[in-house]
Structures are given as structure tokens and as C-alpha cells.
Design a protein around this ligand. Structure first.
Ligand code: F0G
Length: 462
């Protein structure tokens, strides 16, 4: 007998209480937070789907590993454990720990990019873009056209447009110091990249002699989606698929806060010795000595274990299924979402849910506020507040207006997901009453984190 119910493949040993609040309390809290969910106190949030980054629950094996942490300044045993784990999965020669993903990006781009250089990516995540631009480079997104269509059913919407990449290298090859590929493609809806696409990009980069790096934050989820959506990979393990993916690249940046199943950490890994030397020199200035790179010995231990647990197939099956499960419920109720469902998050399509709100009034942002007030759910806008400001200061609406319900790993159970579905369906039913918002003040870079916002027409709901 093969039972159908997919269970959480863990039991719960420690619990963390969460607090119910009333809509009235939440209205006050969000006003105090300048209508920006990033500025809320976490204790005022019931279900926190702001990010899947650093918010996961660690396993008993990770906690046990932390007790073994070697806190020596140099040459700690914990570094060897960490290095071995990263090497076994990625195959890269040089492994450089960093305190999180963006530190790896900062070091890589400041070691490679000169002012005026171009860095192509399927789609840059916001910190990746900001770090390329901070180094004086131009962050060029080359998604396939299906990637920017919320309703396309392409199984690998995260792919890069290889023709556009080739054209870019043909015309500006001497200005391209590195090509990046983000797996899964977070900014286009957590959509996976196909192994075929990675092979093609790798081959083009080799031909033009440009280093190819993977932004590997969600490599395990991408590997699982490759296995389940590409029939030729159905019999392969997620681990061997991940290994093949890395074998096609020259290096990677990683935020261990995602598929490292850790609360903090990251790394930079690569095959080039001269580049590794440059990166380590910068690492010492900003992060720390090369055997700890801004992390405690116990963090290195937690990541070493977490990277392997992220490739466990019972875990991956449950993880991807819980997002699909929510997506199926929402689709059945007619809620507009990005399909197919992504790896780490479900994305609400605010353009379709709120067609009466023009993009200059940030429909996805408004939706994120209403989700909080109505149900205590915190979720992030991935739209024109996040992406709408050009480096020259002008505004350009984002391709998509999404609200991302990102799921922390191993934290919420099926009843939490059922509750989220109920709240989202309720909010969808009141969509015509939701009104737009405006920016009151915002910094020039990564403005969504700290922007002060306000209803554009006096009130959020008509
Ligand atoms: N690249 C991608 C694709 C990411 O999603 C993130 C972080 C980073 C790089 C940077 O890593 O946070 O460790 O510095 N994404 C988080 C998110 C913040 O919510 O999607 P970091």
C-alpha cells in the first residue's frame, strides 16, 4: 500500500509560541511601521512569510554539530568539516566562507568588475544587482520571455535567454567579467532553471572565455524541480543533479541561509586560484580570516550538516509539495498566482488581483499591507518598490507586481498553510476595495527595506 499523505518528515522537539493579534492591533502596528512590513516588530506577526532566508528550523544533528564548533581563529577543525561538505557537493577547489550571500557577492564583484562592465544573469536578485552596481558594473537581466509572464506554464521559467547571452558576449564580450545564473530564479517567482539551460550557458561562456558563476542559494530546490520536471532526470538523485549543475560552472556564490538550512552564513567557491587569492585578500579586510570568514566555528558546523540535509529527498518532496498544496487551494478559489508554483515561495499576482491599481501606486505593496492587517501574515512585495528605481534615479515599473509568500524551511505545518490559504482567499474576495500606496521617503538603494509608505488616497481600503 502506497499512502498518499505527504507528511512533514520530522517531529517537533522544541516549540516557539506565536501570538494572535486583532485586526485593530495590526492596523495600529502597520501604521507605526510606516506601512512597510519590514519595519514591523516580529512579535506582532502571526505567520511570517517575509523570507525563507535564515528563518528555517535546524535539526538535532545541526545543533549537535554546533556543540562541536571549533572557535580557533585560524585553521579550525570546523573549517575542514565545512570545506569538505561544500566540496563534496560543488566540486569547487577553493571554498571561502562569508557571513551571508551578499558578502560573497560583494567580494566576488569587487574582485572582478570594473566600472562600465556588464554582468549578465538570468535575473539578478536585489542584493546581487546592488553589489554589481556598487562595483560600477551594469547588472543585465536576460530571462527567457516566459519568465516574465505570470501565467506561462513553461516548466523552467527561471531559464536564461541563451541567444540574448550570446549576442551580449558577441557585442560586449570584453566588458563581461563574469556571467551569473541564479538557481532558483528568485526574482522571477522562484522558478527553476533547467540542466539543459545551464549546459548551454556553460558552453557559451567557455567559448567566449568568460567565467560562469552560479548563485546557488536554492540549489537543492532547483535540483529537485529538475528531477521532477525533466523526465530524463527522474531516476537521478537530487544530489547527483546538483553536483552536475555545479560541475558546469567555474564557481558559485551561496547564501547558506536558504539551502544551507542555517540561520546565518554563506560562501564563495571557485576553481581559479588567482581569483581565489584576490577574493581572500578582500575577505580579510571585510569578513575575517579565510578559515572562518565572518562566521563562528559553530556556524560552519551547522552549514556543513545543513547542506546535506537540504538534499534529503523526503525533505525536498515535502518542501516543494507544501508550496504546491497552497497553490492548488488558491487556484481552486480563483486567486491569481504565478504558475507553475515555485520552489521556496508562492507568488500572488497583484497585477491581476488588483487591476484597478496602476503600477505607479504599487499594487503588490498595497496587497502586502492588507494581508498583514486582515490575517497577521507578513509577506514581501516583489514589484515596483523593490525594482522600480533605475540607477539614475528615474522610475520604471517592474515587469511583475508580486507578493511573495516565502516559506521558512521546516517551520510551519499543514494547518499553518491551511490558515494562510483561508486569509489569502478572503483578501482576494475584497480585492476591489484595496487602494494604492505612495512612497513618503526612501533611500536610493534597496529602498523596500526601509521606505516609509502611505495610502495614496487617504485609506488603504475603500
Ligand atoms: N541571491 C539570491 C537569489 C537571494 O535570494 C538572496 C537572498 C541573496 C542572493 C543574498 O543572500 O541574504 O544571505 O545575503 N535572498 C533573501 C530573500 C534575502 O528573502 O529572498 P543573503
Amino acid at each position: 500500500m502506497k499512502f498518499q499523505t505527504i507528511i512533514e518528515p520530522f517531529r517537533i522537539k522544541t516549540v516557539e509560541p506565536i501570538r494572535q493579534t486583532t485586526p485593530e492591533e495590526r492596523r495600529i502596528a502597520i501604521e507605526k511601521a510606516h506601512n512597510n512590513v519590514f519595519l514591523l516588530k516580529a512579535r506582532d506577526v502571526l505567520i511570517d512569510l517575509l523570507t525563507d532566508s535564515g528563518t528555517g528550523a535546524m535539526s538535532v544533528y545541526q545543533w549537535a554539530g554546533m556543540m562541536k564548533g571549533d572557535e580557533s581563529y585560524a585553521g579550525a577543525r570546523s573549517f575542514d568539516v565545512f570545506e569538505k561538505s561544500v566540496r563534496d557537493i560543488t566540486g569547487f577547489t577553493h571554498v571561502i566562507p562569508t557571513h551571508q550571500g551578499r558578502a560573497a557577492e560583494h567580494i566576488l564583484f569587487h574582485s572582478l568588475v570594473k566600472p562600465g562592465d556588464i554582468v549578465p544573469n538570468n535575473t539578478h536578485f536585489d542584493t546581487t544587482r546592488a553589489n554589481v552596481e556598487d562595483a560600477g558594473g551594469i547588472a543585465l537581466d536576460l530571462p527567457i520571455k516566459e519568465g516574465t509572464h505570470a501565467q506561462s506554464t513553461h516548466p523552467f521559467k527561471g531559464n536564461m535567454d541563451v541567444m540574448a547571452l550570446e549576442e551580449t558576449l558577441e557585442r560586449h564580450g570584453d566588458r563581461v567579467p563574469v556571467v551569473m545564473m541564479t538557481v532558483t530564479n528568485n526574482s522571477e517567482g522562484g522558478q527553476p532553471v533547467s540542466l539543459e539551460n545551464i549546459r548551454e550557458v556553460s558552453e557559451i561562456c567557455k567559448r567566449y572565455e568568460v567565467p560562469f558563476f552560479i548563485d546557488a542559494c536554492r540549489f537543492a530546490e532547483n535540483a529537485w524541480l529538475m528531477k521532477t520536471r525533466d523526465a530524463s532526470l527522474a531516476n537521478r538523485s537530487a544530489r547527483s543533479i546538483a553536483q552536475e549543475m555545479f560541475s558546469l560552472a567555474d564557481g558559485c556564490t551561496m547564501s547558506a541561509k536558504k539551502d544551507g538550512l542555517a540561520n546565518i552564513g554563506g560562501f564563495l567557491a571557485m576553481n581559479s586560484g588567482p581569483l581565489a587569492l584576490k577574493c581572500r585578500t578582500r575577505l580579510v579586510l571585510t569578513e575575517g580570516f579565510p578559515t572562518y570568514g565572518g562566521l563562528a566555528g559553530y556556524d560552519l558546523e551547522a552549514i556543513a550538516v545543513g547542506l546535506n540535509e537540504a538534499l534529503d529527498e523526503d525533505y525536498l518532496h515535502y518542501r516543494i509539495r507544501s508550496i504546491e498544496y497552497l497553490g492548488e487551494k488558491l487556484l481552486l478559489a480563483g486567486v491569481p498566482i504565478v504558475t507553475p508554483m515555485g520552489g521556496h515561495a508562492l507568488y500572488l499576482d497583484a497585477k491581476r488581483m488588483l487591476p484597478h491599481i496602476p503600477q505607479r501606486e504599487f499594487p503588490a505593496w498595497a496587497l502586502s499591507l492588507v494581508l498583514y492587517v486582515e490575517g497577521g501574515i507578513r509577506a514581501a512585495e516583489i514589484g515596483s518598490v523593490m525594482f522600480g528605481r533605475r540607477p539614475d534615479g528615474s522610475e520604471k515599473p517592474a515587469d511583475l507586481e508580486l507578493v511573495r509568500l516565502a516559506f521558512p524551511r521546516r517551520v510551519y505545518t499543514q494547518s499553518h498553510v491551511d490558515y494562510v490559504a483561508e486569509v489569502v482567499i478572503h483578501v482576494n474576495s475584497m480585492a476591489s476595495r484595496i487602494r494604492g500606496v505612495k512612497i513618503v521617503e526612501a533611500p536610493p538603494v534597496l529602498r523596500h527595506f526601509t521606505a516609509h509608505m502611505a495610502p495614496a488616497h487617504g485609506r488603504l481600503l475603500a
